[in-house]
Write a protein that binds this ligand. Structure first.
Ligand code: ZN
Length: 713
């Protein structure tokens, strides 16, 4: 029953055997039923024309899905079909296909990046590198994304992997949840990951319950009266407070456990779970557990989707600490959270910038004054993670911090964090005598919007502060001013911007620009040797293996063309092999070679699956998928395509011939040098033969510059 097949081992990928068959059925039997989480040991009885049966290890099966749609895997051992043999991880492939079929890449990526339609595709600012003009493209039709700026690209899964800093399975889980596909987990490591995820989900659930409880107390319980008074005193309308989910945590009597009692009475959560969510202090020294937030006004800190990650609680009166936040929990990382982001997101997109304020009440006051695009970093100075979060929707951050020294310092540091991410910052100057945005709004609701509109570019403000009144002052004053200015100027990352401000500072301080520039360069050089002034935590590395650098030489144009063709039309790979006689190993670029192999292994009538490819091939495939190929259009006749394929294959041949000739020449030279006459003779004959072969092959079409250096007969 096994047909005659030709099997070629084409080397290993990830240390596993990779096999290609050229279109025939490969029969195989599993040795026993599959063990969840264990690699399949598969014996394939391969009837080759000339060789005996062989035993191979195939790649492990890493997950099994049953989805709600009813696609599930038949129980017990099964025969591997051709598709199953070809696909690296069949059940995972099923899950991936199922998830992808239910989701639209533009919608998923649009949840993270502001996309705009551009022709057939969508464009936006790349979330993975700093840029000002969009070079990030998403193709709905092809369901891929690619950035022409940083050469990252892939399918919807690889996008989620990167942006959420999760591995392949993490991304699959996230998307499966979105798509309503249930993943049956049986992968080693899944249990841990699953546990962490379940803990996070549990924390989010409890937070949502707690938020509803606090909100109820604020508006409908006598215990919430102090909270209502606080709001009234600050002139915050009820609707605004409700929009942001504000609430009040009651003191809870002597036992201090109002929330805990509420949760346990309704069977919503135990004290241990509440402690895990940061809502309670676990019982200590034999005492009972207590609520974390007691007699405080509380703000839910939600993510951009509206899930409550944690809380910020403000004390009433002079109680300390004035602000108390949730501790780090499976859901809450203060360096990645921004209060108000769920409300602000559409307004940020509409306004083209985000306003960053210091406090929760500043956000509420801003919203009350019609400034809906304000967010607050909660319990921390502005972090890289927060800037990156905002960078998904805007490239311009307006800093509207308190007018006190702490606020001035905080905004100066924030500028460095923002500049390091390649975003623009502007700084608001509050009117004299006004200590924060909240107070400004209370004084004059319209003033805040005006103040934001008049925010100045970050370096101009910082330079003004540095120069101060040194301008047209005494020599000593100007010298001190110059020293401060130089330190500020040295922080500007972009050379052109730096140069502009160097000139400005020099003229204001009556110095030559060259002198100021020299000092700035000196400070920059010294700065490079000393630890950076603002310490910013690096982003967490993506889990799993280090990603491959997107660098590496690109394929030559003819291989790019062939790669685009087989990426977009995998069925044409067989045409290349059968009609044009192209063999994958003739291709010079390893990624194009693997792409052709993948296309050859793609079942008829299906699209090329990116997830089976390694990262460099995924990136290449994503880019090539987006390349317009007029020859593939429905209205294009078969002629131009056949001609283009033939041309490219000829060029592949030429290139591979050139490589072969060069190698032969080197060997020949060496044989001659070593005095191995007979070997040299044989090599010379072979060289001659190859060269004339190339000559013959090139006679049909136009030649190419820089051909083989050996002439024909
Ligand atoms: Zn990019």
């Amino acid at each position: 029953m096994a047909e005659h097949v030709r099997i070629r081992k084409t080397g290993t990928r990830d240390g596993r055997p990779v096999m290609l068959d050229d279109g025939h059925v490969v029969e195989g039997d599993e040795l026993g039923p599959p063990t969840p989480g264990m690699p399949y040991l598969v014996r394939r009885t391969v009837l080759e024309e000339e060789s005996a049966p062989e035993v191979f290890n195939t790649s492990p099966v890493r997950a099994v899905i049953t989805d709600r749609g009813g696609v599930s895997r038949p129980p017990g051992p099964r025969r591997l079909t051709r598709t199953a043999v070809r696909s690296e991880n069949p059940p995972v492939a099923d899950a991936v296909a199922e998830v992808k079929a239910r989701l639209d890449i533009v919608e998923v990526i649009g949840g993270y990046v502001r996309l705009q339609r551009s022709g057939r595709d969508h464009k936006g600012l790349c979330p993975f590198h700093a840029e000002r003009t969009p070079s990030f493209g998403v193709s709905q039709e092809k369901q891929v994304w690619y950035c022409f700026g940083c050469s990252e690209g892939g399918d919807v899964l690889s996008f989620v992997e990167r942006i959420e800093h999760v591995d392949f399975y993490g991304a699959l889980e996230l998307l499966a949840e979105k798509a309503g596909v249930e993943l049956e987990r049986d992968h080693p490591g899944d249990r841990q990951r699953g546990q962490a995820r379940r803990r996070r989900i549990r924390v989010l659930e409890l937070n949502a319950r707690a938020q509803a409880y606090y909100e109820h107390v604020l508006w409908s319980d006598p215990a919430g009266a102090p909270g209502r008074e606080l709001l009234a005193g600050r002139g915050i309308p009820e609707q605004v407070a409700r929009d942001y989910g504000a609430g009040f945590a009651p003191a809870g009597g002597a036992s201090g456990d109002a929330l805990l009692r509420y949760l346990s009475r309704r069977g919503l959560g135990t004290a241990a779970e509440a402690a895990d969510a940061g809502l309670a202090h676990a019982s200590e020294r034999g005492g009972a557990a207590r609520d974390r937030f007691r007699h405080r006004f509380v703000f839910p800190i939600r993510d951009e989707r509206g899930d409550v990650l944690g809380f910020g609680g403000r004390a009433l009166g002079d109680a300390v600490p004035k602000y108390l936040n949730s501790p780090a929990t499976p859901a809450y990382d203060k360096s990645l959270a921004l209060f108000g982001i769920d409300r602000a997101r559409p307004a940020i997109e509409a306004a083209g910038c985000a306003v960053v304020v210091e406090g929760y009440f500043d956000v509420l006051a801003a919203a009350a004054a019609g400034v809906g695009h304000a967010v607050a970093s909660s319990g921390t100075a502005l972090t890289t993670g927060q800037v990156r979060l905002l960078a998904r929707w805007t490239r311009c951050l307006v800093l509207c911090f308190d007018a006190d020294d702490a606020g001035v310092t905080a905004s100066s540091r924030a500028v460095d964090v923002i500049a390091a991410e390649g975003l623009d910052a502007r700084i608001c100057i509050l009117p004299p005598g006004c200590k924060d945005p909240d107070e400004l709004v209370r004084r004059d609701p319209a003033a805040l919007g005006l103040c934001i509109a008049q925010a100045q570019p970050e370096w101009r403000v910082l330079l003004d502060r540095a120069i101060g009144d040194a301008e047209s002052g005494s020599v000593e004053a100007r010298r001190a001013g110059a020293e401060r200015a130089v330190v500020t100027l040295a922080r500007i990352p972009e050379a052109t911007v730096r140069d502009l401000y160097v000139q400005q500072a020099a003229s204001r301080l009556e110095l030559t620009a060259a002198a100021v520039a020299a000092d700035v360069e000196r400070v920059r050089r010294e700065g490079a040797r000393t630890p950076p002034r603002v310490v910013v935590a690096p982003p967490p590395p993506p889990p799993g293996a280090a990603p491959d650098a997107p660098g590496g030489p690109p394929p030559p144009p003819w291989e790019e063309y062939l790669g685009s063709v087989v990426a977009q039309r995998p069925d044409l790979a067989a045409v290349l092999v059968e009609e044009h006689g192209l063999q994958p190993e003739e291709l010079g670029h390893p990624s194009v070679r693997r792409l052709l192999e993948a296309a050859l292994a793609t079942p008829p009538g299906t699209a090329l699956s990116l997830h089976g490819l390694a990262a460099p091939e995924q990136r290449l495939a994503a880019r090539l998928l987006l390349r317009p190929l007029p020859e593939l259009r429905d209205d294009a006749g078969p002629g131009p395509l056949a001609q283009a394929l033939a041309d490219c294959v000829r060029r592949v041949r030429d290139a591979s011939l050139r490589v072969a000739l060069a190698t032969l020449k080197r060997e020949l030279q060496k044989a001659r040098d070593d005095g191995r006459t007979e070997v040299a003779h044989r090599l010379a004959a072979r060289l001659h033969e190859l060269a004339s072969e190339g000559f013959r092959a090139r006679e049909g079409g136009p030649g190419e510059e820089g051909g083989p250096a050996v002439t024909g007969p």
